[in-house]
Structure formats: structure tokens, C-alpha cells
Design a protein around this ligand. Structure first.
Ligand code: BGC
Ligand code: BGC
Length: 872
């Protein structure tokens, strides 16, 4: 409950610093302050203070998962036997890349997870059998309690967010943005069932899905994890998905058989952050928080959801992980949630006064299980000490453990035996089975939205000679998107999807069967003029903040894909454009250039579902009709943000101002043909998109970054053309794979000089927190004769520096290779990562030469370790 303490009221506006929630008060209380003075009863009539919760305005709901006296008795018995160590261990979740079964045994950890880039034995791409083996090993360790301790089965949580998207060979469904367009809750239930089964096959008991964010600004990089900007769709879906994953409460299948535990995330308001910033601040009113952002929690809890994940985001400046008023007074007291609350990846470390290894405030606020991937040991030690010292009340620890145990008991984990012996364990044929893939293909068909179809170009005859072009046509990585095998969805090849079809493969199959021909040419080249071209293009994969954008321009300037469509049209070839994206983007120029345009979102492994809609059946009728309708409004300009259909509490002015290019609910079909004509293009349509993660591309500075030479005196000189020579450093453009795709730098040894990439300061703190690394793609041409340092600069006298000499010497003789330096290393070295003005400053005073092709951010791999700090 949030209470008001000494609120000073200036002109009717209370100062938020004076508003404490119970979690903060608990923190004060445990720190030795007395509470008496600032406790007062809640005042329902109080003027609304931004960020203040009034539990009484939230609906009073109940979970259908009834209290079970037998389970409660079992929990009480376990608690009475558990040591403090056993209890603390239950509340901690470690990542399989940073914890061993031996650790789980020793520390009695309650849970493990595999983060986006983690897998058994540190191998994200480990074969399915290794996952199951690891699940057995963790389970065995959890039951092998040392004398005097209680054996409690571990629960393994995983991001099965669009199918069991961690596993090679699994069925990958369209991302949620596409499913939203299908508006088919029954389909969602079926997808939930299949996802749970394919997760069971490899031994996990619990998925961190569904995301029930109601995204209000698609600049957010996680928009594709959201079903809709509209709470009604999210409400209808969350319940169906939870039921599909967990089974129906009160039936024997609940959490048994093919079912697992679901998580509704990220509580609360992740989809409403200011400017769509990941981990940002939601400034919505309490009514909007309730009526828009909580929709999926209400239906998810009504379906019996057993886990909720807290959000990285804040509400009016209060971090959700510390917000007891929402985590406890609303989620538990009002909504009747009776599972457990898990925190997000090291998010507790962002709470005021916390670090990732020490955070009593998270438990105080209502977090029951702390996701402490690599920080679990320190957190365990500090938490234990704090419980022993009374800083964390035993009653709160018992409550958290009881919630976790109840879910484990409801799920039957105590009697389930090894994961490999449970239903579906090791049933490899279930992974990507024909039956599962057929449902995924149906989901693709239902999710595509036909934005344009001039003169009824579609559906096409399968007798035509079809050219299939664009870089998305035959690219599994692009069609599956982020959270697929790897965290960012990058680095995936065709071979990682043994049971799958690219969009081109699907088209080729249909056309071959229909008597036509299909030829793949990414660049649109052809020998014989085709009857029609299908151009598949769109966003490259990303996840979380890596996908945040400043505006909605797809490709500014004179982009490749627009040129490709225009060139084909100019040759008199009708063009069908298939757009792959995690959200609506400004593509009016591309829409105008093409004859037909389909929003295909991120369809997953079943590319055949795209072809199903594009071609006629043998009898000439459309094989399937489009039924997808936009669950997000489509922008008419890159800067038309935030854009969404006015919500339930919108004012008349907000309703009147709603003016998208295609409104929520739009979508053409074959049954109602109509022409669009030419759409108005936005004057700002070719604005330069912000680039915060690529600094040197193919040997050239990537705009807005620029190359400079920094002399020993600190003065920097821009490099406007190459070659560029100073006495200490010589730069030239050379060839590696293509002409002039490499920057050669030679330090002569006559004085100190640096090669630098400079720009206006950008905020890389989220990238640092998310463990990104600076990757240098390079070849050492002459070993460094002395020390070489790499610096990230944050203005004139702010920098973080590492000694790169060792890494560079180790790269000698390896030809083209990469060196990754975690951003956290620059932070440790003293850089202010929120204002990086030069992400790359490479300095040497001695002889040294290298060829450099790329400098860019990539997800960090393996355990973080930093090169030494330089000796001066
Ligand atoms: C992990 C992801 C996690 C992210 C947090 C990555 O290293 O693999 O699971 O979501 O960090 O920002
Ligand atoms: C994400 C969560 C995810 C978790 C584990 C976090 O960074 O925000 O959605 O479940 O990592 O991978």
C-alpha cells in the first residue's frame, strides 16, 4: 500500500519525494527508522498525485486456482524444516551459463534460467539432447540435499516466447505483433499448448511468456513482443495463451502432461514508456495504467497464471521492481494473483541503494524470486546475511518461499521425477512436428495484412514465371527475428532451422506445383524477364533496446529496397512487396512503388504460409483469403509518434487527432477488392535514422560518426579523405572483400597518436547494462611494439580506458579476426556510458599497424572479462 507521509502541498501539487510506498518504508524501517510518524490511512479522496496508487480504484478479482489446504499444509511443513540457507536459495534464480548443478546443490537454488544467449555448457546452440541432459542434472542436484537440508526440485525458466524459440529444430511461430493481427484467441490457445509441449521435450518447466505489453509507441524495440496497441486484443489473448501453456485450472491437465508454468510480463506498463524507450518511464495516469496496461494481467490471472515478471520500466520515476503498491497492493490484494513474482534480468540492481549482488529492497517490494543470472552468488551471500541480521524480515522471506513452493507443488514437481522421464521429455519428434508446423503455418496465413492490392494483382496464378528478390526472401534470420536461438536473433543460418521453410522455398513449392517457375535473385537480376516479381525485405533482427528507434523511417535516403522495387517496376514488371518487420514503419514510398503490399511481420519458420495467400488454387479461386487486420495503427510519417487508436480514457481532442495512414483494424481481402491510388508521402520521410551502434562499416565511418586523428596534444583533426597522414599515424583505404572496404592504420612510432570515431554524445547505458560489447573486425599487420590503449570518451576529460596490447598481439597471424571489449569494461574504467562522444579511440606511441573493417556493438558472448587497465 502506498501511503502518504508529510506531503507538502504547493498549489495543489504534492511533491513526490515525500510519497513513500510500503516497500520504501520497509526499507527505512529495516534501516532502523521508526515509521509511526509517517503512517496514515489511505485517503480515497486525495487529489491524484502522479505515480501514486489508489488500490481501491482497481478491480477486485480472483484467481481460479483455489487455495488447497493439502498444499498449504505441505508448504508449512517444508518451511518448518528448511534452514535459512534453504529459504534464501529458493528465492534466487541463476543463469545456466553461470551456474553448475554442483552450485545448485550447494546453494539450494530454487531456479535456473537460460538467458537469451545461454544454453547448456555455455552453448546457446546446443543440440536438444544436451538441454534435456542439463535439465536432469540440475534436477538431480536440487534433490540431492546435503544432510540437514530439504530437497526441493528446481524449476527451469526459459524464454519460449514464439514457440520454444531457444531450440534448433523447434516450431517458431510468428512474433506476437503478427498474432495480434490474426485476432484469433483459439489459435493462441493452440500455440500455447504446442509451445509448452516443445518446451517440455527439452526439460524446462516454465516459460517467460506471454508478454502482455500494450504498446503505445512502436519506437520501442520490443514492440513485436506485443499483441496490440489495444487492450481488448491483449486481454483476449493473454487469457487464451496462459490457458494454452498451463492448461485449465481445476482440470487434471493443469500444469501437468504437456503443460508448463506461464509468466505474464512485464508488470506493469512496459508498453507505455515515454518515447517508447526500453526500460523507460511510463507517465500514464493511474486510470490508463489500469484500463490499458493491466488488461493482460486481469485476464491472465483469471486464467490462472502462476508467475508474473516485474518490468524494468518505471511509473512516474518509480522503478517497478521497487513498487510495492503495484506489486503487492494491486497485483496480489486487488487482482488476487496467487503465484510468484519473478524479477527481470539483474533489474534489481537498478533500484536505488541496490547492486546486482545486494538488494533487500526487491524482496521488500514484493519480488519473490530474483533473476540474478551471473550475480546469484553475491546476492545469495548478502541476502543470507541480511536475513540473519534481521534487515530482511523472516516473515517476508517465508512468504516469498511459500509462494514459490505453492507453484512447484501445484505443478507436481515434487512427484514428477527427472525431466527426461516426464510427459514429452525426450520426445524429439514433437520438436517441429508436421502437426505443430501446420498450426504455425495457419498462424502465418492469419497474421499477414494486405495493405495494398492494385487492380487485383493478387492472388497470382501459380503458372507464372516469378522472380523472388530482396534480402528477406531466403533468410531464416530475417523472417524469425529476435529471441530466436540467440537473444538478438542474429548469427542464425539456414542450417539452424532444419524443419522450416523460407519464404522463397514456400513460393517455389507452390509455383512448381502449379506449373510455373520461381527464380531467386536477392538483387533482382534476371536473364529472362519474369511475369511478376515478389520483393521480400524489411528490418534485420533485434531484441530489447537494440531495437529502439528515434523515429519510424524504415530506410531513409535513397535506400536499396526502394530502389529495387522501383527498378523492377521501371522494367514493366508488376511488383508484390512483402514487408518483414517487428512493427509498422513509415514505408509510404515503398507502398507507392509496389503494386501490392503485404505486412508480413516476423512470420517464423513457416514461410509457406506466405505463399498460401499469394497464389490461386488450381481451379483459379484464391486458395486462402487474407483475414489479418492491423492491431497497430500504421504511421503516415516517420515522426508520427506516439501513434495509437485513442484508448478508453482518451479526450475528445485526442480522438479527433487520430489520423494514421492505415487505422487500427485496417486490412484488405480478396472478397472486397479496392484500389488505394497514390498515398501522400511525408516530406520528412527520408530523415536520417539515429545510429548508436555502428561506428565503422566496411572501413568507412558510419554516419553520424566521423573519423579523426587525435594528436599527442589531445587536439583532434577530422579525416575528410584518405589517405591521411600525420608524422605519427598514417591512414589509407585498402581492399579486403570489396574495393576500399578497409581502413589501414600505421603508427610510425614518432609520437603518440590516436585513431578515433567521434560524434555527438549518445546514451549507451542500457547497452552497457545489457552486456553489449564493442566489436573490432580487424587484421594485425604489424605487432604493437609498445602499449596500445582503447578508450571510450565521454566529453573532454571523461573516459574509460583498457589496455588492448595483449589482445592485439594475440590476434597477430590470425588474419581477419574480431576482438570484443565489453562496454562494462569502459564503465569500470571510469567512462560515463550515458554520454559517449567517442566510442572508439585507439592510441599508440610505438610502431604498430592494423587493417580495420568494422567497429560496432554486438551482444556480449561468454563470461564478461576485461582487458587490464593500462599502466601509465
Ligand atoms: C541475456 C538476455 C537478457 C539480456 C538483458 C542478455 O545477455 O542473454 O536473456 O534479456 O541480456 O539485457
Ligand atoms: C527480458 C525478459 C526475459 C529475461 C530472460 C530480460 O532481459 O526483459 O523479457 O524474460 O531477460 O531472458
Amino acid at each position: 500500500m502506498r501511503r502518504r507521509g508529510r506531503i507538502r502541498d504547493r498549489n495543489g501539487v504534492a511533491e513526490r519525494e515525500d510519497v513513500l510506498n510500503t516497500g520504501q518504508m520497509l526499507a527505512l524501517a529495516v534501516a532502523g527508522f521508526t515509521l509511526g510518524a509517517c503512517v496514515s490511512a489511505p485517503e480515497p479522496q486525495a487529489p491524484s498525485v502522479p505515480g501514486m496508487v489508489h488500490p481501491e480504484i482497481w478491480p477486485k478479482l480472483a484467481s481460479p486456482v483455489a487455495d488447497d489446504p493439502a498444499i498449504d499444509a505441505r508448504v508449512a511443513d517444508l518451511l518448518s524444516k528448511m534452514t535459512v540457507e534453504d529459504k534464501v536459495g529458493q528465492t534466487i534464480q541463476a543463469d545456466v551459463a553461470s551456474v553448475s548443478p554442483g552450485d545448485v546443490r550447494t546453494y539450494r537454488l530454487g531456479s535456473v534460467l537460460d538467458g537469451g544467449n545461454s544454453g547448456p555448457g555455455g552453448n546457446d546452440r546446443a543440440p536438444a539432447a544436451d538441454w534435456l541432459k542439463a535439465a536432469d542434472a540440475f534436477y538431480d542436484a536440487s534433490l540431492d540435499a546435503p544432510a540437514g537440508h530439504v530437497a526441493i526440485p528446481v524449476i527451469w525458466g526459459s524464454d519460449s516466447v514464439h514457440g520454444n524459440s531457444n531450440i534448433i529444430g523447434a516450431t517458431i511461430f510468428p512474433h506476437n505483433v503478427g498474432l495480434g493481427a490474426a485476432n484469433d484467441p483459439d489459435l493462441l490457445r493452440r500455440i500455447g499448448e504446442i509451445t509448452a509441449i516443445e518446451t517440455r521435450v527439452v526439460g524446462q518447466d516454465w516459460t517467460f511468456a506471454p508478454t502482455v505489453a500494450v504498446v503505445q509507441d512502436v519506437r520501442w524495440g520490443r514492440s513485436y513482443e506485443s499483441y496490440s496497441e489495444n487492450p481488448d486484443i491483449v486481454r483476449a489473448y493473454a487469457g487464451a495463451m496462459v490457458e494454452g501453456i498451463q492448461g485449465v485450472p481445476g482440470t487434471p491437465g493443469f500444469l501437468r502432461g504437456g503443460h508448463i508454468v506461464a509468466t505474464i510480463k512485464h508488470f506493469l506498463g512496459d508498453g507505455g514508456t515515454d518515447k517508447g524507450r526500453d526500460q523507460g518511464d511510463n507517465l500514464a495516469s493511474e486510470e490508463d495504467l489500469r484500463d490499458i496496461h493491466s488488461a493482460g494481467y486481469q485476464s491472465g490471472i483469471a486464467a490462472g497464471a502462476q508467475a508474473v515478471m516485474a518490468s524494468y520500466s518505471s511509473w512516474h520515476g518509480n522503478k517497478m521492481h521497487g513498487d510495492r503498491a503495484l506489486l503487492n497492493d494491486v497485483l496480489i490484494d486487488r487482482f488476487g494473483f496467487n503465484g510468484f513474482v519473478v524479477s527481470d534480468w539483474n533489474a534489481h540492481g537498478q533500484l536505488p541503494g541496490c547492486s546486482t549482488t545486494d538488494c533487500p529492497a526487491a524482496l521488500a517490494a514484493g519480488i519473490d524470486m530474483v533473476m540474478a543470472p551471473d550475480s546469484w552468488k553475491g546476492l545469495y551471500q548478502h541476502t543470507l546475511a541480511e536475513v540473519n541480521a534481521g534487515t530482511i524480515p523472516m516473515a517476508r522471506l517465508d512468504e516469498a518461499v511459500a509462494r514459490i513452493l505453492r507453484v512447484k507443488l501445484r505443478a507436481g514437481l515434487f512427484d514428477a521425477g527427472k525431466p527426461s522421464g516426464r510427459p514429452y521429455g525426450g520426445k524429439w519428434d514433437e520438436l517441429g512436428s508436421p502437426e505443430h508446423r501446420a498450426v504455425a503455418r495457419q498462424a502465418v496465413r492469419e497474421s499477414l495484412v494486405l495493405l495494398k492490392n492494385e487492380h487485383g494483382l493478387l492472388p497470382l496464378s501459380a503458372k507464372l514465371n516469378v522472380l523472388v528478390a530482396g534480402d528477406g526472401a531466403d533468410d531464416m534470420g530475417k523472417q524469425t527475428g529476435g529471441w530466436t536461438i540467440s537473444w538478438q536473433g542474429t548469427g542464425n543460418s539456414r542450417a539452424d532451422f532444419p524443419r522450416a521453410q523460407t519464404i522463397f522455398e514456400g513460393i517455389a513449392e507452390q509455383v512448381r506445383a502449379g506449373g510455373g517457375t520461381a527464380v531467386l535473385a536477392r538483387d533482382g537480376g534476371f536473364a529472362t524477364k519474369p511475369d511478376v516479381a515478389i520483393v521480400v525485405f524489411g528490418e534485420d533482427p533485434y531484441a530489447e533496446f537494440m531495437g529502439d528507434r528515434d523515429n519510424l523511417a524504415f530506410q531513409p535516403g535513397d535506400p536499396r529496397d526502394l530502389r529495387l522495387i522501383r527498378d523492377l517496376r521501371a522494367k514493366g514488371i508488376p511488383v508484390v512487396a512483402i514487408f518483414l518487420s517487428g512493427r509498422p514503419l513509415y514505408v509510404t514510398r515503398e507502398i507507392n512503388a509496389a503494386d501490392a503490399f503485404v505486412a508480413a511481420w516476423l512470420p517464423g519458420t513457416e514461410g509457406g504460409g506466405v505463399a498460401d495467400l499469394l497464389f490461386r488454387a488450381a481451379d483459379g479461386t484464391p486458395a486462402y483469403d487474407f483475414r489479418g487486420k492491423l492491431s497497430f495503427s500504421w504511421p503516415r510519417a516517420p515522426d508520427q509518434v506516439p501513434l495509437h487508436r485513442p484508448g478508453p480514457n482518451a479526450t475528445a481532442a485526442e480522438r479527433a487527432a487520430y489520423n494514421p495512414l492505415f487505422a487500427f483494424g485496417y486490412g484488405l481481402d480478396y472478397a472486397h477488392p479496392r484500389d488505394l491510388g497514390v498515398l501522400p508521402e511525408a516530406p520528412g520521410g527520408d530523415a536520417i535514422a539515429a545510429n548508436v551502434d555502428r561506428y565503422l562499416d566496411s572501413g568507412h565511418a558510419a554516419p553520424p560518426w566521423s573519423l579523426a586523428i587525435v594528436g599527442g596534444d589531445g587536439a583532434s583533426a577530422p579525416v575528410l579523405r584518405l589517405p591521411a597522414n600525420t608524422p605519427a599515424l598514417m591512414l589509407a583505404s585498402t581492399d579486403h572483400l570489396k574495393q576500399e572496404d578497409t581502413l589501414s592504420a600505421t603508427w610510425t612510432g614518432s609520437g603518440s597518436a590516436a585513431l578515433a570515431l567521434l560524434g555527438t554524445p549518445v546514451d549507451l547505458s542500457r547497452q552497457t547494462n545489457g552486456d553489449m560489447a564493442l566489436r573490432l573486425g580487424l587484421r594485425i599487420d604489424e605487432a604493437p611494439a609498445g602499449q596500445v590503449t582503447l578508450e571510450a570518451r565521454c566529453g573532454k576529460s571523461c573516459h574509460g580506458t583498457v589496455d588492448l596490447t595483449g589482445a592485439l598481439r594475440a590476434a597477430l597471424g590470425k588474419g581477419w579476426t574480431t576482438i570484443d571489449v565489453r562496454l562494462s569494461c569502459f564503465k569500470q574504467g571510469g567512462a560515463d556510458m550515458s554520454a559517449i562522444s567517442a566510442p572508439f579511440v585507439l592510441t599508440s606511441a610505438s610502431r604498430f599497424a592494423l587493417s580495420l573493417s568494422t567497429v560496432a556493438l554486438v551482444p556480449g558472448e561468454g563470461p564478461p572479462s576485461c582487458p587490464a587497465a593500462p599502466q601509465s
